[in-house]
Write a protein that binds this ligand. Structure first.
Ligand SMILES: NC(=O)c1ccc[n+]([C@@H]2O[C@H](COP(=O)([O-])OP(=O)(O)OC[C@H]3O[C@@H](n4cnc5c(N)ncnc54)[C@H](O)[C@@H]3O)[C@@H](O)[C@H]2O)c1
Length: 268
């Protein structure tokens, strides 16, 4: 899909990867609805984008960790720029670590990292099937293909996000609905920085296991290319594909290697 003149919605767009995606899609000529629970953050982004091209962006505050938040966002986007061409479900949380993670962390992780994708798709797909076109992108993580040492909720929910994107592609891919799934390793955002604060969620060991740290703009660059090509995986760290092939080629060897990595991270 070429983004020029398209109507694009990005969640989690107050900063980080979502902010980078929104700015880059706008630079490609799209009209952008930037959404986040951080109202001031998306209002500031919309102001910046409208200063470049008046009337080309809105900021919309929504909690996409609820079905109603997704319904409100889709309605507001429709009212602003008409039918949505591309919806990028990018917002995410890195809460919780092991088996003792509080139930509230598990619920939040599932609502924001997985259910948000399901709720958005539920309210987008009927219109896309009628129009015979639409593009759903989601941000999962390399943790959704491999694992996240140190965080069970993150690992489970990101695997579920990849699985849901695959299911959407299988189910609707021959009816005009395109699907891509972003699976980065480390990206220089608040979520990665939060890893330095053990009380904030995923541990600092996560940061050290996240491979080469990219900037959000570098991730957005790869995303635009994949969206133009309409292929499934958006892999800003291409080595993730090699790791996935190693994992599926010899799962026991891969698991043994991950255990060694975990031990090294526990005793650096
Ligand atoms: N940074 C990394 O290293 C990395 C790696 C792989 C995947 N990811 C994924 O990338 C996505 C973006 O994260 P990021 O790294 O830019 O971090 P970030 O913390 O900068 O951005 C996440 C955004 O999501 C928003 N958000 C969270 N819960 C929300 C809710 N209920 N409703 C609306 N907005 C909500 C936050 O306000 C924030 O602006 C996430 O899905 C994350 O899991 C990040």
């Amino acid at each position: 899909m070429e983004l020029m003149g398209k109507h694009v919605v990005v969640t989690g767009a107050a900063g980080g990867i979502g902010g980078g995606l929104a700015e880059r899609f706008h630079a490609e000529g799209a009209n952008v609805v930037a959404s986040d629970r951080d109202a001031a953050g998306v209002a500031a982004l919309a102001d910046r984008l409208n200063a470049i091209r008046p009337g080309s962006a809105i900021g919309f505050a929504a909690d996409i960790g609820t079905e109603d938040g997704n319904v409100q966002l889709i309605a507001a986007a429709d009212a602003a720029f008409g039918p949505i061409d591309l919806f990028f479900a990018n917002a995410g949380v890195g809460v919780g670590r092991g088996l003792d993670a509080p139930e509230t962390d598990w619920e939040l992780a599932f609502d924001v990292n997985v259910n948000a994708h399901r709720w958005a798709a539920k309210h987008l797909i009927p219109d896309w099937l009628a129009r015979k076109e639409g593009y759903f992108c989601s941000t999962a993580s390399a943790a959704g293909l491999l694992s996240q040492i140190g965080s069970a909720p993150y690992t489970l929910t990101k695997h579920a996000a990849v699985a849901f994107a695959e299911w959407l592609s299988i189910t609707y891919g021959d009816q005009g609905v395109r699907v891509s799934c972003l699976c980065p390793q480390g990206v220089n955002t608040n979520m990665l920085k939060m890893g330095d604060d053990p009380s904030a969620g995923i541990s600092s060991s996560v940061v050290r296991s996240s491979g080469k740290v990219l900037e959000p703009a570098e991730v957005a660059e790869v995303a635009v290319k994949v969206i133009q090509d309409e292929t499934f995986f958006i892999l800003p760290h291409p080595e993730v594909l090699t790791y996935l092939q190693r994992k599926t080629g010899d799962p026991d060897r891969w698991l043994a290697g991950m255990r060694k990595l975990q031990a090294r991270m526990a005793n650096p």
